[in-house]
Design a protein around this ligand. Structure first.
Ligand code: ADP
Length: 646
């Protein structure tokens, strides 16, 4: 066995010489004992034929031979195998023959008679050179193969880069998916390619794009997910690579020899499959193809996801646009520099502007002072105001800052509500006024009853109750009349006033009431506050109402404190008390007419109009009023009024 192996590995030498004795001598005495295998021939042409058939490792040839000389033999053999080693032996050595032998490509040249060791040394050298040459050639072949691989990788990368460019540069999804499928087929050297997407409603796959499929087949292709290979990829999210040798049977709706399916994944969900296949047996699809296809599938998934997002955004935008343009509310959107970003038809009609104003400053395009004041108002909080536009309509405008964008102004027309309010106020004022005279008469006659003759104790009590009720109705009517006058703007004359002085008057006027209820009444009212433009009677009424309430709703032993201070161009007045507080649910409605909080019993005197009057007076002085309160601990009413400027 070992011998056979060594025989197999022994270099094969083709030995050509017209002398049989020499052939036998060289074979048996020198070469075979040295471990070489010998094929011997006695003429040149036979040597050439054997050299072609046997592909020996070395040729040793005599120069003088029938049919073909040794030199010619070497030339012809080396013409076919350029690096084939050959040794020329000759009986008549000459310098010119030696030169010719080397030119023909002989690796050595021996003149008979020669020593056995010279021949073996020449054979050893020739075989050694040949082996080195072969190693070199193999290395070269290997590096050629590597270069081919690198080239192949480069082509793949170029292909992928091309898809990447297509995905980012093209907007048309059809074109992108066509590029994707074309590239998949090209880079995997497959016959056909397809991109199947999942129809979520029918749980079927349809062919969204294809290459080399019959057009009609592609457009009508429908595959149930449950029992298909593509469905397997959808379910597992893993690629599938199959050929005839695969243990699993290839199950598609058409016949193929090999195929590769990779999943299309978007946001951790498989939405479809990218596939290539070969109908004919031939080039097998490999694991490398899976890698390339997965990369292509990622691009396709991004493109599909982008396209879907784009379509959704477009649709949402159109919906929003329709809502904004069709709505009856006037809507304006400005940027951080108050340049107009959007104005719907209602807004343009309300302010009597038309034409394209987008991008222009609001100040240049809109003249309405109310709107400009609202837009320019400092602060980042929502703000509300009423705007009376040129055609007489009244809008309730809400300014909402949008961080990073600017602000939105939404305005609802409230002309009809204002009119209703006006009619109602007028009615209330008329009725209140007309009620006053009979009430005065009732009160007068009730007072006279006692003087007209003796009344018993029970009658006196009834008279007292009538008086209390009439006084309550009278207070209610004067509050209503006040409110009517204030809301109608009848007291619009304004003069610069020192708020501290008005507050002092109010505090002094109510000190007696506070003492009667056993309360401490404190005031911190600096004299150097800025003046504010206002109506002295109404402002004093406003402060008085707040202090009266504080006294009324604070139990004995408590404290009421009035303070005022300046902040930039504003004067701030606060009325604190340590009273019963106001339930949070009641606080938003406190300034509504006739509203009384749930923790006030019905026998507590009051009309529920005091705070409405406060609010109306503050509004007419362009100020703001609000309350902070904690149940059982007390309340604080704050009024902010703009000071006289300059
Ligand atoms: P009223 O005539 O009832 O006092 P107002 O309009 O002055 O009417 O006040 C409305 C309601 O607000 C009151 O009924 C009361 O429930 C609540 N309120 C006002 N001021 C205070 C206060 N300082 N402490 C607690 N509750 C108050």
């Amino acid at each position: 066995m070992v011998v056979a192996q060594s025989m197999m590995d022994a270099p094969l030498i083709l030995l050509a010489d017209d002398s049989r004795e020499i052939l036998t001598f060289l074979t048996d005495t020198i070469l075979k004992p040295a471990g070489y295998e010998i094929q011997a021939v006695t003429d040149g042409l036979s040597a050439l034929t054997l050299a072609r058939q046997l592909q020996p490792d070395l040729l040793i040839t005599d120069q003088n031979m029938p049919n073909l000389t040794g030199l010619e033999l070497i030339r012809r053999v080396r013409a076919e195998r350029p690096h084939f080693p050959a040794i020329l032996i000759t009986a008549e050595g000459s310098e010119s023959l030696a030169i010719e032998a080397l030119r023909a490509g002989a690796s050595d040249y021996l003149v008979k008679p020669f020593e056995a060791e010279h021949l073996l040394a020449a054979v050893g050298r020739a075989l050694q050179e040949s082996r080195q040459w072969r190693t070199l050639c193999e290395a070269q072949a290997r590096s050629d193969e590597t270069a081919d691989n690198v080239k192949q990788r480069l082509t793949e990368l170029e292909g992928l880069a091309q898809i990447g460019r297509a995905v980012t540069a093209m907007l048309d999804l059809d074109a992108i998916l066509k590029t994707v499928v074309d590239s998949a087929v090209k880079l995997t050297d497959a016959e056909e390619g397809s991109l199947l997407l999942l129809d979520e409603h029918s749980s079927e796959l349809y062919m969204r794009s294809s290459k080399n499929f019959d057009e009609e087949f592609a457009s009508t292709f429908r595959l149930r997910v449950q029992d298909s290979l593509a469905g397997q990829v959808i379910a597992s999210g893993q690629p599938v690579l199959l050929d005839e040798r695969s243990p699993q049977k290839i199950k598609t709706s058409y016949l193929v020899h090999s195929l590769l399916y990779v999943p299309l994944r978007v946001r951790a969900r498989t939405i479809g499959v990218l596939g290539v296949d070969n109908r004919k047996a031939g080039r097998a699809l490999t694991q490398e193809d899976t890698t390339v296809m997965s990369a292509i599938a990622d691009y396709a998934a991004i493109a599909i996801d982008n396209a879907r997002l784009y379509q959704k955004t477009e649709a949402d935008l159109r919906k929003l646009e329709t809502v904004l343009t069709q709505t009856e509310d006037a809507v304006l959107l400005v940027d951080l520099d108050n340049r107009l970003l959007m104005a719907n038809g209602s807004a343009c009609r309300a302010f009597g502007v038309d034409g394209v104003l987008i991008g222009r400053s609001l100040v240049e395009s809109f003249e309405d002072a109310g709107l400009l004041e609202l837009v320019r108002a400092p602060g980042h909080l929502p703000r509300r105001s009423e705007i009376l536009v040129a055609d007489g309509r009244v809008f309730n405008a809400q300014r909402t800052p949008i961080p990073g964008v600017g602000q939105a102004i939404v305005m609802q027309e409230i002309t009809h509500l204002k009119e209703l309010d006006r009619i109602k106020s007028e009615f209330v004022t008329t009725v209140s006024h007309d009620l006053r005279s009979p009430l005065t008469a009732i009160l007068g006659y009730v007072e006279l009853i006692g003087r007209a003759g003796p009344v018993n104790e029970q009658q006196a009590e009834f008279i007292r109750r009538v008086q209390v009720s009439v006084e309550h109705i009278t207070a209610l009517i004067s509050d209503l009349l006040d409110l009517g006058r204030i809301e109608a703007g009848l007291d619009s004359a304004k003069e610069p006033l020192p708020l501290a002085m008005l507050a002092h008057y109010a505090v002094d006027g109510l000190r007696g009431a506070a003492e009667t209820r056993g309360l401490k009444l404190e005031a911190e009212l600096p004299d150097d506050l800025p003046l504010l433009p206002g109506d002295p009677i109404r402002l004093r009424q406003m402060i008085g109402n707040l202090i009266e309430n504080a006294i009324k709703y604070t139990p004995e032993g408590g404290c009421v404190r009035v303070e005022a201070y300046a902040d930039q161009d504003q004067v701030i007045l606060r009325v604190h008390d340590t009273g019963r507080g106001i339930p949070p649910a009641d606080q938003p409605y406190l300034f509504d007419k006739f509203y009384r909080a749930g923790n006030v019993s019905s026998d507590t005197s009051g009309t529920g109009l005091g705070l409405s009057i406060v609010k109306s007076i503050v509004d007419h002085h362009h100020g703001r009023v609000w309350v902070e309160s904690a149940l059982g601990r007390g309340s604080c009413f704050t009024v902010v009024l703009p000071a006289v400027v300059g």
